[in-house]
Design a protein around this ligand. Sequence first.
Ligand SMILES: Nc1ncnc2c1ncn2[C@@H]1O[C@H](COP(=O)(O)OP(=O)(O)O)[C@@H](O)[C@H]1O
Ligand SMILES: [Mg+2]
Length: 267
Amino acid sequence: MALIEARDLTKHYRLGDQTVQALAGVSLDIEAGEFVAIMGASGSGKSTLMNILGCLDRPSTGYLRLADEAVDSMDPDQLAAVRNRRIGFVFQQFNLLPRTSALENVELPMVYAGVKASDRRARAAEALTRVGLGERMMHTPAELSGGQQQRVAIARALVNDPSLILADEPTGALDSQTSEEIMRLLTALNAQGITVVLVTHEADVAAWARRRIVFRDGRILEDRHTPGAAGMARSDAPAAGQLDDSSPGSFSGEVTGSNGTPAEDPA
Ligand SMILES: Nc1ncnc2c1ncn2[C@@H]1O[C@H](COP(=O)(O)OP(=O)(O)O)[C@@H](O)[C@H]1O
Ligand SMILES: [Mg+2]
């Protein structure tokens, strides 16, 4: 059973007397544990698909199952419950609350999920440690670099223990070196078993994924498996601790295997 099973998804938007067809019939299976990059020109329907896969929006027609639940026919409350339970989102612009600490930003999804305050704090701290920000928890977004802000957003995506991370252009606002750091983190989370689907315009970002899907005009133009970049990354992998700007054992310690190397070898 695939984690995501989509058949003939369409999405139309009505704008005045015009109809925009954002998705024109998309069928796709994504298995648990995959790392998928979605590419395609601006306006080709990538974000529309991500919003539907993420239960933020519903298709106009078509069939969608997520972890064997028929999400295409759920009402907004049911969709919100699935979203909370299974999905973490990461966006290009981080979407953090300003003047609010990293810790509180990461606690927010658990406020909505009704987790009690002391548990929220502990889990938020754990997620921040997992992304290498154990020593930056009380910083506000303005006191963090772009890459660190995106790591806070990834920690926020992790707190409800999702099986799926959906990242819509997560490196779009970052320089290439910081992008690589974020891709390394997403790759490590994927190696820990989280399914990752990301949208990107950049070939070198897509190269980290093990499957690449190209969209055109609301349809899948190409869908193929790729070696993934764990391999490329391996040769210039950072020394232990190099990515870690907080404390020993947080970022590099958490995301590598017990032998200190990424968990998976390239095919
Ligand atoms: N809320 C909306 N209302 C009307 N049209 C929309 C809306 N969202 C997206 N579209 C249109 O749907 C098409 C696909 O958009 P989108 O999925 O955002 O593409 P991408 O993420 O690939 O750039 C575009 O033509 C866009 O203008
Ligand atoms: Mg988009």
